[in-house]
Design a binder for this molecule. Sequence first.
Ligand code: G
Ligand code: G
Ligand code: MN
Ligand code: NA
Length: 259
Amino acid sequence: RLLLRDLQQGLDGQEFELHYQPIVEIASGRIVKAEALIRWNQPLRGVVSPGEFIALAEESGLIVPLGDWVFQQAAQQVAQWRTMLAPAFELSVNVSPVQLHASEQSVQDWIARLDALQLPGSALVVEITERVLLEAGKEADAKLQALQKANIQLALDDFGTGYSSLSYLKRFDIDYIKIDRSFVSHLTRGSDDTVLCQAIIVMAHQLGIHVVAEGVETQEQHEILHEAGCDYGQGYWYCRPVPASEFTERLRESLAGQK
Ligand code: G
Ligand code: G
Ligand code: MN
Ligand code: NA
């Protein structure tokens, strides 16, 4: 059983690491963005996936320092890739509702970090779920606004699952919708999920929102999404989440046009 003490030790002992999954521009096949996904290299258990510890981190409040670490690390990494390889590169980080309900200090620290790195806010995309918006009280609203004021972009993750209230799209200034992989994984020609994806893409574009399809695992899914005008794809078909050094190589190859 994972204990809070292990988690605290992990944070103190620098046992966490970010992996990066490419986000591909569907029309060109080029890597243009990435999502940062946390991994825990636990000395006794080996690699522990976030599914196993995020809930504990949220319940205990440790998600706040952990999430701050994720943001700082991601900012530093995207600054490096921008300087080294791709000046317009963007990196997504997942932010838990608990983080947005916690103190204002985090968001202020994030913005200070961007300034210190001389990085524009638009280099980072904060991924939130519909749950954040559902629960968005005044506090979370103020933080979302602070992020947007700093030009940090917002993505609505797991779109189509859960509460899916379209009114959020009107009330909040969303830059990206990420179509949940439960729709994408059943995409076959003529399927209901194909119709749903097409409709989401048309609606998003009309609202000026870009679309990322998650969990693309087959060439057929990629092609259906291409025909539907989907902007970006993410999934094992393109690449799994990989450590930073491997991602750098992938990005280099993609920029060189090799694929
Ligand atoms: O990476 P994986 O493949 O196992 O991710 C599982 C879940 O953990 C996903 O829902 C993802 O959004 C979440 N997750 C991954 N990294 C982070 C993180 O840095 N912060 C938060 N809050 N959630 C994360
Ligand atoms: O909830 P969120 O969308 O942030 O999490 C992304 C999760 O999806 C991560 O756990 C990541 O490892 C996983 N993932 C990424 N690509 C694929 C894929 O093609 N298939 C499946 N099943 N999972 C994927
Ligand atoms: Mn995500
Ligand atoms: Na998702």
